[in-house]
Design a protein around this ligand. Sequence first.
Ligand SMILES: C[S@@+](CC[C@H](N)C(=O)[O-])C[C@H]1O[C@@H](n2cnc3c(N)ncnc32)[C@H](O)[C@@H]1O
Length: 230
Amino acid sequence: MSKVSDDYHDYVFKDGKLLGQFDDMYRHSREVPWHQDKTANQVFVDLDIAILKHFLPELGIRSICDLGCGLGYVAARLYAELSPLVAGLDVTGIDVSSEAAARARLLHPQLSFHGIDILRDDISPWQGRFDLLYVKDVLWYVALDAGQFFDRARELLKPGGAIYMLQSVPDRPSFVGSDIFPTTFSIAEFLSKDFESIYVSSTYEINSNRVVGNYEKDKYLRFLGRKASH
Ligand SMILES: C[S@@+](CC[C@H](N)C(=O)[O-])C[C@H]1O[C@@H](n2cnc3c(N)ncnc32)[C@H](O)[C@@H]1O
């Protein structure tokens, strides 16, 4: 019998191809995949929340869907930090992995989480439900179906709803999806077809106290845009 891997990377990409075995990954990983419990409290998400707070009144947000929410750590932060500003704020998490959704429900019982594959499952019960989709670090797992992903994401939104996306773009020559989205700007351009941009930034963010010439840098895209009516 072959040994079941406890390294989460083994369930995501293999030999330059997307495996996408997210349920098995959440079940067997010895670490929290992508260290979501820690990254949810890093400066990257502080910035997202500051931007969202700035635009909250303009956007009239009452309901948020964290799409590709994983274990729900960021969804819990969004709720904790935005609900004092929005009476009756509702935050829902959606992830392809039912295992992740079940764990997220235990970790954050104040929120609701659902195991739904945004690309393939029936999303009709969720159509037109949300004012804001928050999508953090999901693109590389859906890049090959990006058109379908954003079409279906749009369906989850109310008319006039908005998307906020934070996406890191690794500073490496090639990886799955890099031929489709080689730069932060190419992602923003793609999104601009379906969402009228409100705020866009592209930054190098180095999460370390050591900066050296050949230090690996990731670029980050932040895109806030309103669902275009077409
Ligand atoms: C890198 S993790 C990011 C998790 C969380 N957004 C965060 O930043 O902490 C990517 C997540 O996208 C989810 N995902 C991948 N494909 C998906 C799909 N088709 N529908 C919904 N979720 C998906 C994975 O299960 C995984 O939890």
